[in-house]
Design a protein around this ligand. Sequence first.
Ligand code: PEP
Ligand code: MG
Length: 759
Amino acid sequence: MSFPGPAGATGPRVLLRRIRELMALPLDGQQRLDRLVNIIAGDIVAEVCSIYIRRAGDVLELFATQGLNPSAVHTTRLRVGEGLVGEIARTAEPLRLTDAPNHPKFAYLPETGEDPFHSFLGVPILKNGQVLGVLVVQNKTARLYDDEELEALQTVAMVVAEVAASGELILLDESVVDIGVRPNLPHLERGTPFAEGIAMGEAFLHAAPIGSHPLIAEDVETEVKRLDQAIASLRAGIDKLLQESEHSLIGEPRDVLETYRMFADDAGWHRRMREAIRNGLTAEAAVEQVQSDMRARMMRQSDPYIRERMHDLDDLSHRLLRILSGEEDRRQLPERAIVFARNLGPAELLEYDQERLTGLILEEGSPNAHVAIVARALRIPLVGRISDVLELVRDGDDVLVDGSAGEVHIRPSREIFQAFEAKILSMEAQEAEFYAHRHDFAETLDGHSVQLNINAGLQIDLANLEEVGADGIGLFRTELQFMVSSTFPRLGAQVEFYTRVLDAADKKPVVFRTLDLGGDKFLPYGNFIKEENPALGLRAVRFALARPALLRYQLRALLVAAAGRSLNLMFPMVTEIGEFRQAQALLEREVERLESFRKPLPQTIRVGSMIEVPSLVWQLPELLDLVDFVSIGSNDLMQFFFATDRSNPAVSTRYSFLSPSVMRLLGHISQECSEKEVPLSICGEVASRPLEVMALLGLGLRSLSMPASGIGRVKSMVRKLHISSLEQLIKENDGKPAAVLEGTLREHAATLNIPLADV
Ligand code: PEP
Ligand code: MG
């Protein structure tokens, strides 16, 4: 696998020399464009050369032309997708035609007088993968422009991109794509919350702009040498990172770094950059041109693996530019750094000094992206999907982040700053208090003890076990290791990983949940079939039973890792007990297999089922005879119970967990489990929310598994409660609307001095 891209040709050096001379002249943006079209038309021997610049509202405006009617300049406009020019902007691909008027996308524009021109060659004007405009040449006779001419035009388009992005054209016309416009005013941006928490700090741009550099090479050989040296130094840097990661406690980034090195070594990438230099660009401009071109190609790929690689390309290109500019490869983070990036890989995030990394803001990302998973494990707030935030922020700006609300204040006013400061101080004081009490027992005032476990999935989560004083891991999401790897973790790697988890947990119990893939948790390398409705698709245990080899390998790895100790495992999304039986049969086969090889087995094996699908609730009598324990996955159970997409903010909070239907559903499960004496726990996000926890305790639950950040507040709350009062409250409010129960619980919390703010 390598970066996608075309082979190049020899180059337009003379043309570039002329352009360099032009760029040195004291001209404004419009004058430059006017001269440029002249030079290009002369060099390519074209009767027409035109430059269209993208303006607000996705419109392409003719900014300069040689050969078309001059009165069409600043008058002719096409929408993106309209006509041949619009098509180039839409696809970000060049278009080469011998008979343009016969192309289905051809749009006749009488004011330009372009009808007699048959041959057409157009290329996108790209900057950072964004289409800023289109550059076109045309001839009357039907001819096919060759590769060399295409290459020449693409290189020139890069120079035009510089002019378009420089702001020179913005002076001419304020609504041109506003690259380079960075106001100083306070700014509030809203994005999608991916990791909760509040932070204040200093903006740190992951890919800070690198000082300007010349575009056109003085001496090609010198530039090739500079590029080769930079590539060598880039490789050495990655090798060093790899070596360091070998000894680091954090195992996950290794795979990612391996893939990263593979791309850094990609011969096609190197070749394309050298070709761009041979076409007359400096090493820096060549890196940028190839990055921009490849980024545009990758963005249009639907293959998630290729799209995932886009940030590798961005990061590698950026590192190369830093090396070439003589700036340090990695800059020192400020003391409380809020990192801003287009997107980040988990390895890049972990590479930052964890002591200083305070928050993360991304232009892209998704809640289940690796970087979001790692941010939650590191307990730093992450807000994603704020498009163009990088245009607004500068290194060193003051920033406040509310990861729960998805808000980012850039250069906040003094009032907002003070409000945040007060909030953070009180949170820190509370955290310190929780930490001081982390070894206390979670026991109610009337003597009921409550198991408080954490949800985990990465090695970095394990430190939290001690840090927050949890009893164990109630949900170990094994798919996360698969999701942050670049290939299927092999048996050996799985055994090693699970062994490390069990070692780190020491004697504390760990409940491994078998692979919960599918839905929105896909692997970039797995051969997943695209589904119309993945939440209801071939996911979790359904997927595992459809591809049993994967599950068998995992079960084998778990059995080997837990040899001589206790193994607790559970299956996700069981919908019918037949699925549980099938999964259990696979486990038995693996046990027998190990026995036949006389391999040591776990001392005890406890097998449970998650309750995430309502249909399973109506099979409890039979299910409870088969399982050693059950665990309610409330995130999914609520999604299916209320028929609301858990990741769609428009509906995900529409129905209350405290509604009478949920209380009766959970009351029923709790009752059945207690009659059959089957241990019951709950492992969704609600297990960390005080009001909901009070209700759960009143319904009879005594084991909760939650994000590590919730343990402190839940433990401190449990120690102030009487179970008997909660049972009473639940009984009295049976059948009452959610708001009534919520009001009662709030009052109860207030009388017991239980804080509820911000959760
Ligand atoms: C759940 O659905 O509640 C659960 C714990 O599993 P996940 O969030 O990983 O789907
Ligand atoms: Mg689930």
